[in-house]
Design a protein. Sequence first.
Length: 558
Amino acid sequence: MTTEDRSLAHDETTAYATADQPAAQEQTTAAPMPRAGRSAVGRWLRERNRRITTAVAAGGAVIALAACTGAGIAATGSGDTSSGSANSGTTSMVSAASDLAAIDTHYDQDDLSWEDSEVQEVTLSDSGSSSDSDAVTVDGSTVTITADGVYRLSGSLSDGSVVVTAGDDETVTLILDGVDIISSSGPGISITSADEVTLYTADGSTNSVADGSDYEVADDAVPVAAIASASDLTLAGEGSLTVTGNSNDAISSRDGIVIVSGSYTMDAVDDGIRGKDYLDVIDGSLTVTSGGDALKSDNVEDQDRGWVLVSGGALTISAGDDGITGEQALEISGGTVDITESVEGLEAQNLTVSGGEVSIVASDDGLNATAMDEATDESDSSSTDQDAQQAGPGGGGGGEADDGSVMAISGGSLSIEAGADGLDSNGALTISGGTTTITSASNGGEGAVDVNGDAEMTGGSLTANGTEVTDLADVMTQTGGPGQGGGGRMGEPPSGGGQGGGQGGGQGGGGQMGEPPSGGGPGGQDSGTGSDQSSGTGSGRTEDQSTTDSSGSSDTAS
């Protein structure tokens, strides 16, 4: 293929933008993104959305509702927020596909253009690999590429590896043209240094890479994966690549991964494909079977990282954990995504479906918006005597607070079969477009829609368990609200407990360390005990401590 032909083929594969969705490379309209601070993509997305979106049309219902263990439901007029929301500043939504597409990645169309005269040949062989390039060294079954350039790899290694050790400012392209690499003691392809690397499958070629099991990477030079990279990685081409991760992941990069074209089959003990900073799927065919997450990005430290964007391609996923997860953000704006098995189908702190065709089978929640999983100190994860000695408010009868996460459905087709909730947002939810069909559990604590913060439906269509829905209140989990009483300090009984919430709501304030609650107001229907069941602040329930709710029923700790 000539340079002109290759560029033309690439232009066709990346023509996924529509009039409403600019291509990822066109970023002139994006609001400036701050890079300082710990808060991640989520807060930037919400702030950007506040600047560029108009107000929701008057008359849309805003509903503050509970999680499966908590707060009562109150509907208010358009634009109102619930006074009981723990985080009333999270009502603005992610504004669909232009947000993540506006974030710059390492990929550029020029990465897939080269002259045939630039290509250097590398032949892999158990009897002795060889190359016409001075930048390629061979040491037994290890082939090392030490400088930038374009290299065509062919042949096989039954127990060997290809290693890239280029300079940190250098770009390397590996054309896989009939490659079969198996390594019993490490990654099959290991990129320890380079600015960025492109793996390009030659037209009509079939390629495979597999690693061994139970090995360790010396000095943590690269992740543990069949294809492991410490640098940015681009996957493209017109052939096929099968990757088997026998120890951990199939493909993993400590930086970002962009998939432009090609056909990929991945089978991994843990994650299928992981780009720590980001994972951008522009096009291509992906079949992923994983023991952990199928597609993943998990950077929780940097402002514009930890996200997954699927804007094209065809994805078929069978996952032992999440189908697709981005710790900070996840967006489906195009292509087809078929998740045939998962615990939770899609999960992120800021989760958007704005296009494409998405089908999900999940044993737990279909879509789950939840605050990113940050590492915490041991002191933050355990309840200590110091916790109990602090004065604190007596919470209500359970209930999960709005954690600031956001779920937005504005387009596309979404079909969900969930063992628990169809849509579960620990923060806010908005449905403004698209077609959503949910088959979910309906066993009291689970349901079609479960939201801790504000929820609104201003457009689109929603069918839940065979019923067309026009009012989210008809399908939301309703399990009661918190009491309002305050808890005392250690050894002091609480007083002034407020009235319990709705269905499942508890008594008012709770006592501390062995003190029963007192001063609590009446609970609602089927109310349980109040914050006397909580630990830490306002906690009064301890082992073998019986308490009684306002209806006279007893609740004894085990």
